[in-house]
Ligand binder design. Sequence first.
Ligand SMILES: NC(=O)c1ccc[n+]([C@@H]2O[C@H](COP(=O)([O-])OP(=O)(O)OC[C@H]3O[C@@H](n4cnc5c(N)ncnc54)[C@H](OP(=O)(O)O)[C@@H]3O)[C@@H](O)[C@H]2O)c1
Ligand SMILES: CC(C)CCC[C@@H](C)[C@H]1CC[C@H]2C3=C(CC[C@]12C)[C@@]1(C)CC[C@H](O)C(C)(C)[C@@H]1CC3
Length: 593
Amino acid sequence: MPAVKYQKGEKVMGRWPGSNLYYEVKVLSFDSMSQLYTVIYKDGTELELKEQDIKSAAGFQARSRSRSRSRSPGRRRSRSRSPARTTRRSSSRTAAAVAAAAITDSVPSSRRETRLKDTLEVRPNRISLQTYLEAEPEKNQARYNLRRRKDDGAAKEVTAKPEQLEVEEAKKAVAPIATLTTQLDFGGKLGAYFWLLFLPAWVLFLIIQVNLEDPSLANFPPPLPPLEAFLDAQALAFVILWIAFQAMLYILPVGKLSEGMPLMSGERLKYRTNGFFAIVVSAVVVAVALHQGLDLTYIHSHFLQLAVATFLIATLLSVYLYVRSRYAPQEQLALGGNSGNVVYDFFKGHELNPRIKDFDLKFFCEMRPGLIGWCLINFAMALAEMKQQNLEAPSNSMILVNLFQLLYVVDGLWNEEAILTTMDLMHDGFGFMLAFGDLVWVPFTYTMQAYYLVRHPNPLSFPIVTIINKQGFVGFYIFRKSNSEKNAFRRNPSDPKLSYLKTIPTATGKSLLVSGWWGVIRHPNYLGDLLMALAWSLPCGFSHLLPWYYMIYFIILLVHRDSRDMSECRRKYGSAWDEYCRTVRYRIIPCVY
Ligand SMILES: NC(=O)c1ccc[n+]([C@@H]2O[C@H](COP(=O)([O-])OP(=O)(O)OC[C@H]3O[C@@H](n4cnc5c(N)ncnc54)[C@H](OP(=O)(O)O)[C@@H]3O)[C@@H](O)[C@H]2O)c1
Ligand SMILES: CC(C)CCC[C@@H](C)[C@H]1CC[C@H]2C3=C(CC[C@]12C)[C@@]1(C)CC[C@H](O)C(C)(C)[C@@H]1CC3
């Protein structure tokens, strides 16, 4: 049996996976079968290393000292170049910020990330394990047994000071090992069961309530209609036709081919961003059909059946997505949605950009059938209101709700490219939550205000209409400006038009905006969105809580989304994110929250 070179408890220098940096580690054990040492870093991260990736502390220091005196490229670099040309100077700048800034100086922004990986001598000394795993997954997984031995979910930061040593190039990569998701969102596994049952039930509850004389969110659920009332073959056929029609418009070679953000593999997917074209063609087709005698109020009278039919399609789609995610290559998977629990993974989704050839399922579902369907349903509700209340034109409240929501959707489709830098597209897997959200939740619950107004008129005076209008447009302005600012910055950080903005560099090579809209609060787009939501509920008055449902849901959704995003950014950007949060203290409402 070969002798064990490093003993249990011994302090040695362990190479950090995928880099040539060595950190002080303590040997915990040696496994003679795998010939691997289990070591613990100063932050508590445990990894298994090969003997060749460990150096004795004494020998390492002597070698390191002589090298740093004679030829430390890291030092040469930082002395000769100013680290912060475009960045905000701060006495509390972290090592991560300085390191990244040194790179920012000399490298065009689009190539910063690649250079960061190559420029090992200026690695930051505080960076999360997860960041390294993401940066060089194949290399890391191949060379090391990269499982966190004491994993408590969130990635911890390595605070040990790195020493530098050049070593031989990393060996050839082999297929990476899938990592289990340990940090679970939405209440974890139990939460997934709950949401799977609750969300469809809630949609049913809303649809049944809104038709009552005296609807209320506090009402006890009314008795359910018989099963046959839920299923309608014609409604199912309409939904299939609508989705197929939108899919046909999506694949037409009309409109721009936009590039998504770089994936882990470095690849950038192309998306056909012709959403505006799709809504215009849809409007023309609906107008022609109306002219031919189509009765759109069918949507109002068969709302429940249409919702159930769409739910069936969303569920089938989710099953397909779950199955294909099991066979998808590692680099096409999202970080979440791999807990090992079928229900959780089905709910959360694991594949980042499931595609059939060039047809991107997530992008299509998020931007087309549900979103354009939302406007179609609202319009149908306006016709139903006229029919039900014997009006020659829709009421002021109905017009306000219709126009505001149409503006929201048209704006989203006009700026369709901006969706490519949002959380859903960049980080979330595509599973039941998004499929159901995009196809069922959006068209059948976001239309609650219009649906409510069909049977519950709320006359509005001209001054009130003007006030609601102004308030809605302020919200829209904040929403659009802040989203466009972030999108433009993420697409081209060195755009001269954005040169007035201050930024904080991060160890990933991306920077964070700390002035402009993103310097006022951390989610200015959410604030704008919430103000718009308020303007959608106000026209329905205060007699019932039901038309305020969207506002209440939206506050909960955005607060939860904000906290999910905060922990995701904290994980990605480490101390640079902390610095951003110190500079921009409030999340969504200035001086309040
Ligand atoms: N109507 C609805 O039901 C609904 C629901 C949800 C969201 N929305 C709207 O959809 C839009 C997109 O929302 P979202 O939740 O995806 O979030 P988002 O705010 O568009 O995106 C968050 C991402 O932006 C980047 N970021 C954060 N702070 C930054 C900074 N200071 N500088 C530069 N980049 C920064 C980070 O990603 P990277 O650093 O990785 O780029 C972060 O993960 C929002 O306008 C929201 O209001 C609507
Ligand atoms: C409770 C769950 C079922 C939650 C489901 C959430 C989804 C319905 C939303 C998540 C991201 C949202 C989103 C839009 C619609 C609703 C979501 C898909 C959006 C497409 C609406 C139009 C906007 O202009 C937008 C493009 C910015 C926006 C993007 C995010």
